[in-house]
Ligand binder design. Structure first.
Ligand code: ATP
Length: 238
């Protein structure tokens, strides 16, 4: 498979504070790629840099052969990138359905949008049951489902997921990871996953990058990464 995303020598900073120091990554079309790293390594910043949100960047980012660095976030969404931020970013005062509708706000193909509500509800039947409920009153797991569902409503080629397991009970995390895998396979959506839960992240990933203080220090298949002693000690708790 060709690369969907090619990141070359990407630097990112908040004001004058540099966080990413020239990272390069390739994501194959159709793959799940996991970005691992300790707290503060710059994982969230990497996802923000890919959508040109909140950070200034230098270096090149190409999606399907088109440069996206330096473009407006809205253009990047139009090109097929959907971001599920840490903290999920759902609108608490709006209903489940209204949140999903917002995910499709740039789309003109209204008939297809109606079908996509059905697709999202088929992945997440709980959201259908709760479609009139205020998002702020959903459980943590339901809010994570809503955040992923909303991202799907933009029909992305690439889904950026920032710690979907954060704060959730293990059984719900399992469910969400299984649905994520199905979405990857059935919708042909490529996924870049940031996760603290390294064990689970390595189970679903096709490729892995390890970030340390703003630099990629290791990359390969999940097995390559598991074979690394330091990773086993620090990230897998062995
Ligand atoms: P975590 O797993 O703890 O979320 P992370 O790997 O995602 O960590 P980032 O959130 O990308 O790390 O943070 C990297 C560095 O950038 C940290 O030192 C953090 O304090 C800093 N940082 C993050 N957001 C901002 C911001 N809005 N303004 C200034 N500095 C920031």
């Amino acid at each position: 498979m060709p690369n969907l995303l090619e990141i070359k020598e990407l630097h990112a900073a908040y004001g004058t504070t540099g966080v990413l120091h020239g990272i390069s990554m390739n994501l194959r079309e159709g793959s799940i790629t996991t970005l691992l790293g300790a707290n503060g390594a710059g994982k969230t910043t990497t996802l923000r840099a890919l959508c040109q949100m909140m950070v200034s960047t230098r270096g090149s980012i190409q999606l399907g052969g088109k440069r996206t660095d330096g473009r407006a976030t809205e253009d990047i969404v139009r090109l097929g990138v959907a971001h599920v931020p840490d903290g999920r970013g759902t609108f608490h005062a709006l209903s489940t359905e209204e949140n999903l509708k917002l995910g499709a706000y740039l789309r003109r193909d209204k008939a297809a949008v109606a079908d996509d509500f059905e697709r999202v509800y088929s992945y997440f039947p709980r959201l259908r049951e709760r479609r009139q409920q205020q998002a702020g009153t959903l459980s943590g797991g339901e809010q994570q489902m809503l955040a992923i569902g909303r991202a799907l409503m933009s029909r992305p080629r690439l889904l950026l997921l920032d710690e979907p397991s954060f704060g959730l009970a293990p059984l719900i995390v399992r469910d969400i990871f299984e649905i994520m895998k199905r979405i990857n396979q059935e919708e042909k959506v490529s996924i870049l996953l940031v996760e603290q839960n390294a064990t689970l992240a390595l189970e679903v990933a096709d490729a892995v990058y390890l970030l340390e203080t703003g630099r990629i220090v290791l990359s390969g298949t999940p097995q390559d990464v598991r074979d690394n002693d330091a990773v086993r000690r620090v990230y897998l708790g062995e």
